[in-house]
Design a protein around this ligand. Structure first.
Ligand code: ATP
Ligand code: MG
Length: 255
């Protein structure tokens, strides 16, 4: 039997009396791009934070490449090949853009290689170039526009050369033109090849997005959650026709 690349089992998170994520189970294969959608407050960001152990689950299990990573330190999880971007971008505003990316890859794994400074610099520049902001490498992050900050956030995550990349609203606040550009970058990244010295294969992806028409073009499958619970897991063509999904978005009796 083959082991799923990522396996999430019965993941649950309570904030006091609020169950933000309830009994969520799914798997992601090594070569998949999966969407994670649901109305505002459904628990998408919480779920990503649980996977990275930025938040500790109340119950449930996360297995990456057959290894139980539940409760492991976030830096260790990044070393094992899973990285994420955040919905709210918070760079070190006074540090240069390149330094912001380098900080993201200063893991013990890279240091053990000996030439870690050079490796980290190269990775950072590769990532910035891939995201189209290499010309801003020496600028402080504080001068970046919202669109460029979103690209910096993507660069930070891909510089760690993940095998599975979790993206929380990569198109959030972007213009239609910027959205198309970033969607193209994600497709190229997934295909692999040009970017990444260590992995010739691009990463698998779990993408949270409200811009559904753009998202549906790049995903193989979609997970839909509502009030913390999975209500559908299916291919895009079926998800958009699913009665429970339509009801979650429009509401019972909605027009
Ligand atoms: N740290 C926290 N403490 C208490 N409640 C929280 C916390 N973080 C999130 N919540 C609550 O958990 C629920 C899920 O929030 P979450 O941010 O995961 O939703 P989301 O699906 O990402 O929404 P959006 O689409 O608006 O980003 C919400 O009711 C939210 O208010
Ligand atoms: Mg969110």
């Amino acid at each position: 039997m083959t082991v799923p690349f990522l396996q999430v089992e019965n993941l649950t998170k309570d904030f006091g009396g609020l169950r933000a994520v309830e009994d969520v189970s799914f798997t992601i294969d090594r070569n998949e791009v999966v969407g994670l959608i649901g109305p505002n407050g459904a628990g998408k960001t919480t779920l990503i934070r649980l996977l990275m152990n930025i938040l500790k689950p109340t119950a449930g299990k996360v297995t990456l490449k057959g290894e139980d990573i539940t409760g492991q330190k976030t830096a260790k999880i990044v070393n094992k090949g899973m990285a994420s971007t955040f919905q709210v971008v918070k760079p070190f505003r006074h540090l240069p853009v390149a330094a912001n990316v380098m900080v993201a890859c200063l893991s013990p794994k890279t240091k053990r290689k000996g030439e870690w400074v050079k490796t980290v610099e190269l990775r950072a520049l590769d990532a910035l170039e891939f995201c189209g902001i290499a010309d801003l490498a020496l600028e402080p992050a504080s001068v970046l526009s919202h669109g460029d900050l979103k690209r910096l956030e993507l660069a930070r995550a891909i510089a760690t050369e993940p095998e599975l990349l979790l993206l929380d609203e990569p198109f959030g606040g972007l213009s239609p033109a910027e959205t198309t550009l970033v969607a193209g970058s994600l497709r190229r990244l997934h295909k692999g090849g040009r970017f990444g010295r260590l992995h010739s294969e691009g990463p698998a992806m779990l993408i949270v997005e409200h811009k559904l028409s753009e998202l549906m073009k790049i995903v193989d499958r979609v997970i839909v959650i509502n009030f913390g619970k999975v209500i559908a897991i299916d291919v895009p063509g079926n998800v958009v026709k699913n009665k429970d999904v339509i009801e979650a978005y429009i509401g019972k009796g909605g027009k």
